[in-house]
Design a protein around this ligand. Sequence first.
Ligand code: G6P
Length: 614
Amino acid sequence: MCGIVGYVGRKQAAGILIEGLKRLEYRGYDSAGIAVLEGGELRIVKCPGRISRLAERVAAESVGEHAVVGIAHTRWATHGAPTGANAHPHADCTGRIAIVHNGIVENYAALKQLLVEKGHSFRSETDSEVLAHLISEFYNNDGCETIERAVQMALREVTGTYGLAVLCADEPDKLVAARKGSPLIIGVGADEYIVASDASAIVEHTVNVVYLNDNEMAVLDGQGLRTLTIDNVPVSKQVQQIEWSLEQIALGGHQHFMLKEIAEQPEAIRTCISGRLLARENRIQLGGIEQLSRELVKTKRVILTGCGTAWHAGLIGEFLFEDLARIPTEVEYASEFRYRNPIIEDGTVVIAISQSGETADTLAALQEAKRRGALALGVVNVVGSTIARETDAGVYLHVGPEIGVASTKAFTAQVVVLALMSLYLGRRRFMSEAQLRRYLEALEAIPGQMKEVLGYSEAIQQTVARYVDCENWLFLGRGYNYPVALEGALKLKEISYIHAEGLPAAEMKHGPIALIQEGMPVVFVAPRCGTYEKILGNIEEVRARGGHVIAVATEGDEQIARCAEHVFYVPDCPVPLQPLLTVLPLQLLAYHAAVARGCNVDKPRNLAKSVTVE
Ligand code: G6P
């Protein structure tokens, strides 16, 4: 995700800022930039690509040799491709105010229009740039006396989230920072302050920090540090100590990126639905496909395509589109689709699902579909990636970089986006207001429910420890939870090298039941749903043959506890959203199995994060 660093002190700011950006590199980014105050002027350098490239440009242009105040940013694109123009910092029209921003300005389109009408001209496609112009409008035209006042006034107009740092050439030696929903920490050194979105950019300077809470801001200048609310009420803050090492901080205290990304899911899903799920208006807004909404409502057939985990998300998408939007839907392995002779008729929409947006097979399938006249959409995480660029429109996941090779948060976000798309079309086709409201309320509750399930990690670890030497596992589920069973098996295979198979539960009796013998672990994904009773029958069949039954079930289900040896509970939610919760214990199960077997969790053997070859 994006990273912020800011500096006010006596040392050369540019060097400290670049070092800080390098500390944030592990988070993943696609462009970076820096702004310093020098000789009463703002100097900004920004470019796509690596921090080393930015550092070269800063050195070549002799930027910041005498500057002692500055802000810097690593960007993970959300609105607009990763270009120099879209990179932060963003300046206002006068070139005297610069900002760096993490988060999303949900009402940026309306604010931008207003600012354009007032004569502001925009240079980027980002939502963040509106903040620079809005602050400038209050500072230069609405008579705010200080830059912090202008920041307060501007933030009152903003719907969304922010970690924000602001410089103003008219008030040199001052840095203003503000936070809502996106972390911001202030390192307190001797005669210096370092603002950062992540402690890893601070620890090499100081362990003394002040944490800003939501709706708080800080003004840092020669007189020290002042903290106040964005409504201008002073707040006193305690200086606290960071206790982690640098490496721990990069991983946010987690042992592996996979575990970090599993744990990030509640927040990632919150970001993914933010600005899209408008519960108060009982409406879904999907900016990326809005311009095609009329055409999409008339869709006659959807083909979902992807590879690996993305294909599993597609399988759930098939249920979602058919159930919630009543559109006939198929799922295709991208690698197979591209070599078939697929029939694409009028009204066929092909949706490519990909975390990286670079998977060669998915890209080729997309190109084949387009060649045959399909309308092509993307459900992609990496903004500006090849698949995102080649689709006619799409919906980004917005979950930040996924570093662990085994996909986790991208999977749940893919399911969320497919659910949003199905509901968006469903409502326009036949779904009642009341039905939609029920789903939107349930979707909004998912991040909180995810948090609850992730809290059972230790219990899952203990259960896994008992079976970690078993070399063959089965994962079974039905309906929406059959793709979850496939995903659970894939996760286990990928990172622990245990052989696992996922199946629709009723298929077991048509062959795989022959595998079941004394001591074999069999995982049933069995929350309450239409086929629940049938699954109980399958559980008995496994027990009768000496298999160990591990079940994922709905909270409060005592019946299943009587026949399964171990039960991992998930909170109740509407059946179409169950995969978002039932997959979590399976991600944790695979993770703990891999750790127990001493495997390289984040970089499993033979696998690559992004497979750009056929
Ligand atoms: C590779 C990865 C999988 C991933 C698949 C699709 O095989 O190891 O984890 O699911 O590619 O990747 P994509 O970036 O297109 O989602």
